[in-house]
Design a protein around this ligand. Structure first.
Ligand SMILES: Cc1cc2nc3c(=O)[nH]c(=O)nc-3n(C[C@H](O)[C@H](O)[C@H](O)COP(=O)(O)OP(=O)(O)OC[C@H]3O[C@@H](n4cnc5c(N)ncnc54)[C@H](O)[C@@H]3O)c2cc1C
Length: 281
């Protein structure tokens, strides 16, 4: 095991602009030894460090089975702006992986409903790609449903738009946008992501939900799922809080009695029910 408080070097392999303010960067860990030691599960994040600027927690948006280790980043402040200016061949620091991941092993015999809003698709893309690259169930084995609901502000804000046709091989995919201009070619739903729940008939007792997006979107999604009879133990959300150390020492990301960096960012809703929605927590 290596020391996760010390960054190791990683080189940018490529950078792709996804939307006007979001881009995806593929990294290659420089040292062979670190390449062998580094293992992650979908839902975990890395601390990306730009020398002279600082570091920020960023979810891993690729699957452990992918060739590229990718992060999908929205330009927000100093670190993400500096990351957006990097080019292939530039070297940055990285620490991780950190945090809990999505409990994929619990979904084996259950239907899985993925609900993503905006940039919340990043850690869930890791799940979707992992499922796509995993062997399909054999005949006679359980063949659970895979459903993916994704909402963005406008059609131009949809991240990984070119990947959705492939997801449709395995997932029932439903997309929505808050608003679409008449001149934009948009034939899917318009409205909040929760509107998509009406398009699905789920069996609440045999379904597990993974939800990630802006906090208010997660709250309304969770409320809808509970109203539809889904047990709180089967609903998972991924939270974002300011953090520094990533290992539960500095206390920046305290969330009630829990650390988002160490106990999260993925939480079972039943464990944090009373804490979500409390301002400044
Ligand atoms: C577990 C986890 C996973 C994440 N995954 C991703 C991801 O995949 N992609 C991604 O783009 N982002 C992700 N984030 C969010 C990202 O880490 C933050 O946006 C980070 O702050 C960006 O760093 P920065 O230096 O660019 O911006 P900052 O300088 O930190 O600023 C970010 C924004 O927050 C505001 N802000 C900063 N500090 C404060 C403050 N004290 N009070 C009020 N507002 C403040 C700024 O004005 C700005 O709008 C994740 C965060 C967590 C905790």
């Amino acid at each position: 095991m290596y020391d996760k408080s010390i960054p190791f070097e990683a080189t940018i392999r490529w950078i792709k602009k996804d939307t006007r303010d979001t881009f995806t960067a593929a990294l290659k860990i420089n040292s062979r030894e670190m390449q062998r030691a580094y293992r992650f599960i979908p839902g975990q994040f890395n601390m990306l460090y730009v020398p002279g600027i600082g570091e920020a927690p960023i979810s891993i948006s690729s699957s452990p089975l992918d060739h590229d280790l990718t992060h999908t980043i929205r330009v927000a402040g100093d670190v993400t702006t500096a990351l957006s200016r990097l080019r292939a061949g530039d070297v940055i620091g990285m620490r991780g992986p950190f945090g809990s991941g999505w409990p994929l092993e619990e979904t084996q015999d259950l239907d899985l409903l993925i609900v993503a809003g905006g940039l919340g698709i990043a850690p869930l893309r890791s799940v979707a790609r992992h499922i796509l690259s995993s062997p399909a169930p054999k005949r006679g084995e359980a063949h659970p449903r895979r459903m993916l609901l994704y909402g963005a502000k406008t059609p131009k804000d949809i991240i990984f738009r070119d990947e959705f046709p492939r997801y449709r091989d395995v997932f029932e995919v439903f997309l929505t946008v808050d608003r679409a201009n008449p001149e934009e070619y948009w034939r899917e739903e318009t409205g909040l992501v929760t509107k998509l729940f009406d398009r699905l008939s789920i069996d609440p007792l045999c379904t597990m939900a993974f939800v990630c997006g802006p906090e208010v979107m997660m709250q309304t999604s969770v409320r809808e799922l509970i109203l539809r009879g889904m047990p709180e133990e089967r609903i998972f959300v991924s939270l974002e809080r300011n953090m520094n150390c990533g290992v539960g020492l500095c206390g920046h990301c305290f969330f009630g009695p829990k650390f988002v960096c160490k106990d999260g960012p993925v939480f079972r809703f039943s464990e944090i029910r009373g804490l979500m929605g409390i301002k400044e927590l």
